[in-house]
Design a protein around this ligand. Structure first.
Ligand SMILES: [Cu+2]
Length: 285
């Protein structure tokens, strides 16, 4: 089980969204409030005050207080914007590669291929599925995405996943689904042809034991695997045979040396050929 402090992609993007929404709202409220305050303060018909900041018709604004207001406003904006950029960039680096911040030893890997308007999944033990991707809850899932025919893009909006599926290239990314029983829609995010809009699938989130069962059930020809072990033993025997064969090969090579002598004979034959050619040439002449 993953401790609660692990941030999923969904958490990260939600945080970025909330911070931008919060700061945007704050800045908006300050700007609109200050505008309204000044509109009221300098409204027409109000009693004229001796305020030296009061603009008069035709006068260019100086920024007031010797430029201090201007400096303060630019300075604050710069601090806010630069902090936002740095923080957001850091968050996105985490999304790209969380490294040790998520427990990699529990992670699973799935190969994803987008091809001919369907999604094909292959798990670590060779189990395969089409259009339905089964994943364990609370577990980092690393996906290795490629395309079979044309450019597709593997996308799961709910989980903030988007990875190019391009023939000959691999795009790696990760996600985490938090609760068993959830399903998430898979879509193709790249206009890829006639079947583009039907190129959908489902992520099914299951409990860890259920996922293990799924892997076992879908494992490629389980009975044959049993046989394979026996075959393995056969191979060892074959290995022994090979050694014997090796000896034979040496013996034969010994013969080859003799054959080498024969080759010399061939050279003599070669001479014969030359002779034949000469004879032919003679014929032509
Ligand atoms: Cu597609």
């Amino acid at each position: 089980m993953i401790p609660m402090e692990v941030q999923t992609r969904v958490d990260v993007f939600e945080q970025i969204f909330l911070v931008f929404l919060g700061l945007g709202t704050l800045v908006g409220v300050v700007v609109v409030a200050y505008t309204l305050y000044n509109a009221y303060k300098y409204r027409d018909g109000a009693a004229k005050t001796a305020d030296k900041d009061t603009p008069t018709l035709g006068e260019l604004p100086t920024g007031g207080a010797g430029g201090k207001k201007l400096f303060l406003s630019f300075g604050l904006s710069a601090i806010i914007v630069i902090s936002l950029v740095v923080w957001t960039y850091g968050m996105l680096l985490y999304v790209e590669d969380p490294g040790d911040d998520i427990p990699q030893e529990d992670a699973i890997e799935v190969d994803v291929v987008g091809d001919g308007f369907a999604w094909f999944f292959e798990y670590e033990n060779g189990a395969e599925s089409t259009n339905t991707m089964t994943v364990p809850e609370d577990t980092p899932v690393w996906i290795n995405v490629t395309g079979g025919d044309v450019w597709h893009t593997f996308g799961i909006s709910d989980l903030r996943v988007k990875a190019d599926a391009i023939p000959g290239e691999n795009d790696e990314t990760w996600f985490m689904a938090e609760e068993a029983g959830e399903t998430h829609e898979i879509e193709c995010f790249e206009l890829c042809g006639d079947g583009h809009s039907q190129m959908t699938g489902t992520v099914e989130v299951v409990e860890e034991e259920e996922f293990e069962e799924f892997l076992e059930e879908e494992a490629p020809d389980e009975d044959e695997n049993g046989d394979d072990e026996e075959n393995g033993a056969d191979e060892e025997e074959n290995g022994a045979d090979d050694e014997e064969n090796g000896d034979d090969a040496d013996d034969e090579n010994g013969d080859d040396e003799e054959n080498g002598d024969d080759a010399d004979d061939d050279e003599e034959n070669g001479d014969d050929e030359d002779t034949d050619e000469d004879a032919d040439d003679g014929g032509d002449v």
